[in-house]
Design a protein around this ligand. Structure first.
Ligand SMILES: [Zn+2]
Length: 72
């Protein structure tokens, strides 16, 4: 994957979180992660389960991109 900011090739890796990797519109209390609120988006993208997702990193731009369009 090319970095959309600088167009260099990004480094593929992972983001992992014990309670699942999600985007939420509002900050969640850590203790409440198991009951995620309305509008939460699981970033699961085929890396094995919802606690591990593929992510691409650009060190130059200090960006990490998670594409969750791949597989569910
Ligand atoms: Zn970049």
């Amino acid at each position: 994957m090319k970095c959309p900011y600088c167009q260099k090739e990004m480094e593929k890796g992972f983001i992992q979180c014990r309670d699942g990797v999600t985007w939420t519109p509002k900050k969640q209390l850590v203790a409440a992660f198991s009951s995620l609120g309305r509008g939460s988006v699981s970033l699961e993208n085929g890396a094995g389960n919802d606690r591990t997702v593929y992510a691409h990193h650009c060190e130059d731009c200090k960006k990490v991109i998670v594409d969750y369009s791949e597989t569910k």
